[in-house]
Write a protein that binds this ligand. Structure first.
Ligand code: MG
Length: 290
């Protein structure tokens, strides 16, 4: 874990994986420098696919994950975009599907558990391997409740297909203990079938399958016209696969500071996300080719 409290993947599962698992990532440009390219891409497309992460993107990160809510500006901007006939709007979150869809209105598509569950046209598709491993997740969560019980403010969230151990409010001295005990439990109940990845002050327990937000985004995009321009905005390691899914023809927008990423543009905060979404809803949609 670094000075900002971010548990990096390399720390989380002792394999030396950098933030985005590729070495050619560069620091994204500030969004305003990429806006001319965004305008050109919109002018050449007939449709916009706008995919949005939730925590840290639409909603500021808060100490109590259950209290997270989109900023009012993001809430309004998402509804406006979702109402645009030429825009398909999706929220792709690490939260459970049922959780995230309660927190933001408007989109026609929601993906939960980092893309392992996808709701479109009123029906939910679940990754079949993840579904099979849900029992292991449940057992690991039960065991974690016991072994992490003595740790102040350690919180386990069972999201059925994945689980999150929240360490944001854990005393810093106890964080290595949380990580060690979590790893032991996941090894015991998961074997080769579960793995741990890191996020912002979380340990994410998930099935060890090569499926992420980028795969869900590709499923959504595959149903849209070929001349759709895709956009993804997100703030964390799990968003990198989605950035790679939209780049280089579309745009990945990292919410954060100047760290290397597969995204080509960056904004600083959920407030700047709202400004961009408002611009897309007012000006961006007008640029789309007829
Ligand atoms: Mg996020």
């Amino acid at each position: 874990m670094d000075a900002n409290g971010i548990i990096h993947r390399a720390d989380a599962d002792d394999r030396p994986r950098p933030r985005s698992m590729t070495t050619d990532d560069t620091v994204p440009d500030p969004l305003e420098e990429q806006l001319p390219a965004v305008r050109t891409a919109l002018a050449e497309a007939s449709r916009l696919l706008a995919c949005l992460d939730f925590d840290g993107t639409l909603a500021p990160i808060v100490d109590e994950p259950d209290a997270a809510a989109p900023t009012p500006a993001n809430e309004a901007a998402v509804e406006t975009l979702a109402d645009e006939p030429a825009v398909t709007t999706a929220v792709i979150s690490g939260r459970a599907l049922a959780d995230v869809r309660e927190r933001v209105d408007g989109p026609s598509i929601y993906a939960g558990n980092h893309g392992l569950e996808l709701e479109r046209r009123g029906s939910v598709a679940v990754h079949p391997v993840a579904r099979k491993r849900a029992t292991r997740i449940e057992r690991a969560c039960e065991a974690l409740e016991t072994v992490l019980e003595p740790i102040p403010n350690a919180r386990i969230e069972d999201k059925r297909l994945t689980a999150t151990v929240h360490v944001r409010s854990v005393p810093p001295a106890a964080e290595p203990v949380v990580e060690r005990r979590t790893r032991e439990i996941v090894d015991r109940f998961g074997g080769d079938e579960l793995e741990i990845s890191g996020g912002k002050q979380i340990l994410e327990i998930e099935p060890s399958i090569p499926w992420g937000k980028g795969n869900a985004l590709e499923l959504i995009d595959a149903e849209l016209p070929d001349d759709t321009v895709a956009l993804y905005i997100g703030d964390d390691t799990t968003d990198e696969s989605a950035f790679r899914a939209v780049e280089p023809d579309g745009f990945g927008v990292l919410v954060g500071d100047d760290e290397p990423s597969a995204a080509s543009a960056r904004v600083a905060s959920p407030a700047e996300v709202a400004s961009f979404l408002e611009w897309l809803g007012e000006t961006g949609v007008e640029l789309l080719a007829e």
